[in-house]
Design a protein around this ligand. Structure first.
Ligand code: S3P
Length: 170
């Protein structure tokens, strides 16, 4: 395991960075289970992320997110795709550190993230360019603390997965 403590790989990064698609492919390649935090939350609530935000607010969503993170981290090995804001919450950041997880930041340029998000309507924090850019700038300081970083710029998920596999993390 190259000195890593746990067989938990957390994919993090801003909205539209490809955490879900890269995670699913990586899990398939490794033969590990894949858990998408947002999908788990939606299934548990029987509601979309947008509906949860609208009905109960962001702070309730963050509670669900934290509980989903703890639950998803119970069994190893696993590939866990976080939401764009998960790693930014101190409680989650500390939990992941404590759990000894392998953190990988999917780092892509703002314009590309914006374009990818524009094709989907289930992101309540995707509003206008200004707030999107502001949130991105605020979060970089957290994302940069991931143990590993992979560039997603102009790349297909398969190519990103190939690079991650070349690192031989597990
Ligand atoms: C959020 C990102 C979303 C989802 C929720 C909040 C965020 O996940 O968890 O809308 O705070 O950036 P994606 O990064 O998968 O879009």
């Amino acid at each position: 395991m190259n000195g890593h403590q746990s067989k938990l790989i957390y994919l993090l990064g801003f909205m539209g960075s490809g955490k879900s698609s890269v995670g699913a492919l990586l899990a398939e390649e490794l033969g590990w289970p894949f858990i998408d935090l947002d999908m788990t939350i939606e299934a548990g609530q029987g509601a979309s992320i947008r509906e949860i935000f609208e009905r109960a607010g962001e702070s309730f969503f963050r509670q669900l997110e934290q509980a989903a993170l703890v639950e998803a981290s119970r069994k190893e090995p696993a590939i866990i795709a976080l939401g764009g804001g998960t790693f930014v919450q101190k409680v989650n950041f500390d939990f992941i550190r404590g759990r000894g997880g392998i953190t990988i930041w999917l780092d892509g340029p703002l314009e590309e993230l914006w374009q990818r998000c524009a094709t989907m309507d289930n992101r309540p924090l995707f509003q206008d360019r200004e707030s999107f850019a502001q949130l991105y700038a605020q979060r970089l300081v957290y994302y940069r603390q991931a143990k590993f970083r992979v560039s997603t710029e102009g790349r297909h998920p398969q190519e990103i997965v190939r690079e991650i596999l070349r690192w031989k993390l597990v």
